[in-house]
Ligand binder design. Structure first.
Ligand code: AMP
Ligand code: GLY
Length: 426
């Protein structure tokens, strides 16, 4: 079958890589893709959903997979389904789980799914009152989509009030901050858990851990994620069981009852506090860079997972994962996450080491092909070096060996990805 992947990041590239290994998959298309995805398939410069659906019909594409949240929130799935096309992702109504933090928090309360104490408000006065009932640190979040950057952890009540004011006035995040969520701070360790859902049934993927801060030891500003690994040994059977029974099943049931059955990937941001999983947030798509580690761990054909979920038949799918680990290290541009960087040529040394060739690869994200045919880093997160291994340590070493072969001006990466897991063994 021919498949269209919507998006342009490392996440979409890694889905493409997994599909390339699948013998049931023919031609791949990316809309819009990036400067490297044209190695895996054809890049298509169409952004209008209706025109994209025309393209899918004209080419006889059997399945469309949507990577990022924005087209989901904007209703791409509704439009495609309306035209009888098979598409992987949630409808606009179901995507509200990510598109609106207040919708998500109210949904969690309605269905008794554990989450931090919070209020949702557009009033400065109400914010101040609630902040006065909390102890610092205090979390202040913009309600709308801010590409993962709309969350402030304030270290005093005064700071929390100042940030609430900045958001509500529109200064901090524009319209996305006109409504805010204020919540208590959860002190624990964070997980990224993904459940692929078809509206009724689901498959839980190996739990991952992201590294959101720019610098080692979780210092510096928040980013979209500087590296991740999976599966994490920080999750045991007890936590998986609690996630199924207390979180995933009530969510699927709740969405079904509310008339917005959830199809696609439910990304559960979890904080484990004294052994109890508490929900930080939902997203309605794969995490980036988590997807880049999960895709290579998939042993069964990737098309089966996506197609069966999209047609509501996950029950008949047999989804398996390798008993291995994956570590992904993000290489970002010089000024990330503050501002754009000048395009910088990417030079990748020839990989002569057989072990690295066999067990490590690059997932490309913020890259463009220049008129000279060379690959350029065009800002943001440029690529992810992924290592696979029998242990986390081995996977990590392979990922970093590969990082050592990649050069571009101003490149930055963390050198401690997977430290929480490795700390357990030492
Ligand atoms: P969110 O976009 O809601 O996932 O928040 C981004 C990041 O902020 C999370 O990945 C956490 O690291 C942190 N965070 C969000 N909410 C809380 C909370 N209530 N307690 C502690 N950390 C939080
Ligand atoms: N890596 C976190 C995210 O994609 O939001």
């Amino acid at each position: 079958m021919d498949i269209l992947i919507v998006g342009s990041g490392g996440r979409e590239y890694s889905i493409g890589l997994a599909l390339k290994k699948d013998t049931q998959v023919g031609q791949l298309y990316f809309a819009p893709g990036n400067g490297a995805s044209d190695r895996l398939g054809e890049n298509v410069a169409i952004s209008d959903f209706g025109e994209l659906a025309d393209f899918v019909e004209a080419k006889g594409i059997s399945l469309t997979i949507v990577g990022p949240e924005t087209p989901l929130v904007d209703g791409i799935v509704d439009l495609f389904r309306g035209r009888g096309l098979v598409i992987f992702g949630p409808t606009a109504a179901a995507a509200q789980l990510e598109g609106s933090k207040s919708f998500m928090k109210n949904f969690l309360s309605r269905h008794h799914i554990p989450t931090a104490r919070y209020i949702e408000t557009d009033s400065l006065e109400t914010s101040y009152k609630f902040i006065d009932t909390l102890e610092a640190p205090i979390v202040v979040k913009a309600d709308g989509l801010c590409a993962g950057k709309g969350v402030i952890i304030a270290h005093s009540r005064e700071e929390a009030k100042r940030e609430a004011g900045e958001m509500l006035s529109g200064n901090a995040f524009g319209e996305a901050g006109r409504k805010i969520v204020i919540e208590e701070f959860l002190d624990g360790y964070e997980l990224s858990v993904f459940a692929v859902c078809d509206g009724k049934d689901y498959v839980v993927l190996p739990a991952a851990q992201d590294h959101k801060r720019l610098l080692n030891d979780d210092q510096g500003p928040n980013t979209g994620g500087m590296g991740a690994y999976a599966p994490t040994p920080l999750v045991n059977d007890d936590i998986y069981a609690k996630l199924r029974v207390r979180v995933i099943e009530p969510t699927l049931k709740g969405m079904l009852e509310e008339g917005a059955p959830f199809t696609g990937v439910l990304f559960i941001g979890v904080m484990v506090v004294r052994g109890e999983p508490i929900i930080l947030e939902y997203n309605v798509r794969f995490g980036d860079p988590e997807c880049e580690e999960l895709m290579p761990l998939l042993r069964s054909p990737a098309s089966e997972l996506f197609y069966k979920a999209a047609i509501g038949d996950l029950k008949s799918a047999k989804i398996e994962f390798y008993d291995k680990y994956a570590v992904g290290v993000v290489m970002a541009s010089k000024n990330y996450p503050y501002k754009d960087s000048k395009p910088a040529e990417i030079i990748i040394d020839e990989i002569v080491h057989d072990d690295i060739r066999a067990n490590a690869h690059i997932s490309f994200a913020g890259v463009q092909r220049g008129e000279d045919g060379k690959l350029y880093a065009t800002g943001g997160r440029v690529l992810v070096c992924v290592g696979i291994g029998e242990t986390i340590k081995e996977a990590q070493q392979r990922a970093y060996m590969l990082c050592g072969q990649v050069h571009f001006l101003g490149k930055q990466c963390r050198t401690d990805i997977a430290y929480q897991a490795l700390g357990l063994n030492t």
